[in-house]
Ligand binder design. Structure first.
Ligand SMILES: Cc1cc2nc3c(=O)[nH]c(=O)nc-3n(C[C@H](O)[C@H](O)[C@H](O)COP(=O)(O)OP(=O)(O)OC[C@H]3O[C@@H](n4cnc5c(N)ncnc54)[C@H](O)[C@@H]3O)c2cc1C
Length: 121
């Protein structure tokens, strides 16, 4: 999970820098007054990273507590069966290997429907 956290932080810092570049474009000159957040004094990678760490929240799309994968370290296999335990499947958002790029309720329902099909054969 440490690796995923660092990827997230890198992506957030890149997004911050990109947002600054976009906001600084000539086309926005008419609307732009001053640089507010994270502030023009946050001008080093460490300062941007510190701002990102302080500012983010988890929001509502926590997934992947027991991710599905094909390797033996995955908690569940692609049929949603818990590895090393007979007769137990996990049919919810916790099996998602990554956070989907959309809201998670519909994907969770799809996981449940897929599980029902798998159980019913
Ligand atoms: C505030 C909020 C707003 C959200 N808004 C949206 C949105 O607008 N659109 C969207 O797509 N997604 C939204 N989501 C995300 C979405 O609700 C979840 O992704 C989805 O509900 C996950 O489904 P799930 O079945 O994995 O878990 P859950 O829906 O959390 O279901 C888990 C169930 O297990 C039960 N349970 C827990 N422990 C036990 C136990 N020991 N024994 C028996 N039962 C137990 C719980 O009571 C619960 O009913 C939101 C989430 C939150 C928290």
């Amino acid at each position: 999970m440490v690796h995923a956290d660092l990827c997230d932080l890198d992506a957030l810092c890149d997004a911050l820098e990109m947002s600054r570049e976009i906001g600084a474009q000539h086309a926005f000159g008419e609307w732009r007054k001053r640089h507010v957040t994270p502030g023009s004094d946050a001008n080093t990678p460490d300062a941007v990273s510190e701002f990102a760490r302080r500012s983010v929240g988890t929001y509502h799309h926590q997934v992947g507590a027991c991710p599905m994968d094909v390797d033996e370290l995955a908690v569940v296999d692609p049929q949603l069966r818990v590895r090393g335990m007979a007769g137990l499947r996990v049919p919810d958002a916790s099996i998602m290997p990554v956070v989907p790029s959309a809201d998670t309720n519909a994907p969770s329902t799809m996981v449940g429907e897929e599980a029902a099909d798998l159980i019913n054969g």
